[in-house]
Design a protein. Structure first.
Length: 280
C-alpha cells in the first residue's frame, strides 16, 4: 500500500501525460475497430479541435496546480475535512475519498454548470460536438476548466483528501472521461452490470442528446450513484440519440476553435420548449 501511495504522491508529469494522450490514442484506435456509429464528418479535423481544448485544459490545470497543492497541504496540516474527522481503514478511506471527490468536483460541478446560465455559457462548448468520441471528453472551454478547478478545490476542502488521493482520483477521472465519451461498442450484458456502479458510454451518450430533458440528465463522471440518488438518471436506447445542441446547430460555429471560444461572451440562447411527442 505504501508503494501505491508513494507512486501517486510523486506521480511524474510524464505519466499523467501518457495517461491523457496515450489513453486517448488507445480509445481512438478501439473506436476504429468497434464503433457504435460511423463518423459523418472529418474525424481528423474533429479530433484536432478537441485536442486544442485538451491542451488549454492542461494549461489551466498546470497554471493553477499550486492552489491544489496548497489546499491539500492546508487540509492535511489542519486536519480539516471528512477523512480527517472520521478515521477509517485505508481501503475504506480511499473509497469514501473517491466518492466525495467525484460528487463535488464532477457531478455537482456539472449539474451547476447546467443550471446557472453564465456557467452554462462556458459548458455549451462541450455540448456543441455533433459527433461524440473519446476526444470529446476534454473539449472544455478554458473558462470551464477554471470553474471545474474551483469545484475540485472545494472537494479537497470538504473531503480533506491527501495529495496522492487527489492524483489517484484525477487519473481515474481521465480514464472514465475518455471511456464514457468513446464511440466503442460495449455489449448489453456488460453495460447492464456496469451501469449499476459506474457511468458507462451508453449512459453518458444520453447526456449528449440535442434536446432537454435528456441533455439535463446523466451528469455523472465515475460513479452512477449520484444520478440515481438525485433523480437525474435516464436510460435511453442509444440509436435514438442525436448529438449536439438544439441552440447551437451551426457547423461554422462548432467546428471553429475561435468561434467556440467566443460563445460564453455572446447572448444566451434559451433552449426550445420540449414537446411530449419528442419523448424518447
Ligand atoms: Zn453537460
Amino acid at each position: 500500500m505504501d508503494n501505491f501511495i508513494n507512486y501517486f504522491n510523486e506521480i511524474p508529469s510524464a505519466h499523467r501525460s501518457i495517461l491523457l494522450f496515450g489513453g486517448l490514442t488507445v480509445f481512438l484506435l478501439l473506436e476504429n475497430f468497434f464503433p457504435v456509429y460511423n463518423f459523418k464528418s472529418n474525424k481528423t479535423r474533429h479530433v484536432a479541435i478537441n485536442i486544442v481544448f485538451t491542451l488549454t485544459t492542461v494549461l489551466v490545470n498546470l497554471l493553477m496546480a499550486f492552489l491544489l497543492i496548497k489546499t491539500s497541504f492546508w487540509a492535511e496540516a489542519n486536519e480539516f475535512g471528512i477523512l480527517h474527522w472520521i478515521q477509517f481503514p485505508i481501503v475504506i478511506q480511499i473509497i469514501i475519498g473517491l466518492f466525495i471527490l467525484d460528487f463535488i468536483s464532477a457531478w455537482l460541478a456539472h449539474y451547476t454548470e447546467h443550471h446557472v446560465k453564465w456557467l452554462w455559457q462556458f459548458h455549451v462548448v462541450h455540448h456543441t460536438d455533433m459527433e461524440v468520441d473519446a476526444s470529446t471528453a476534454n473539449r472544455h472551454h478554458p473558462g470551464e476548466s477554471v470553474i471545474r478547478f474551483l469545484f475540485t478545490l472545494l472537494a479537497v476542502v470538504v473531503s480533506g483528501a491527501s495529495f496522492w488521493l487527489i492524483m489517484l482520483y484525477q487519473a481515474l477521472s481521465v480514464f472514465f472521461g475518455q471511456l464514457t465519451h468513446s464511440n466503442i461498442k460495449i455489449s448489453k450484458s456488460i453495460n447492464g452490470v456496469l451501469k449499476w456502479f459506474f457511468v458507462t458510454p451508453q449512459m453518458h451518450r444520453v447526456h449528449h442528446h440535442y434536446r432537454q430533458p435528456y441533455s439535463d440528465s446523466n451528469y455523472g463522471n465515475i460513479f452512477s450513484l449520484w444520478d440515481r440518488l438525485f433523480g437525474t438518471y435516464k436510460d435511453v436506447e442509444n440509436s435514438k440519440l442525436v448529438f449536439g445542441l438544439d441552440t447551437h446547430f451551426s457547423k461554422q460555429e462548432s467546428e471553429n476553435v475561435w468561434e467556440l471560444l467566443k460563445i460564453p461572451f455572446k447572448a444566451y440562447r434559451p433552449p426550445k420548449e420540449y414537446a411530449e411527442k419528442e419523448k424518447l
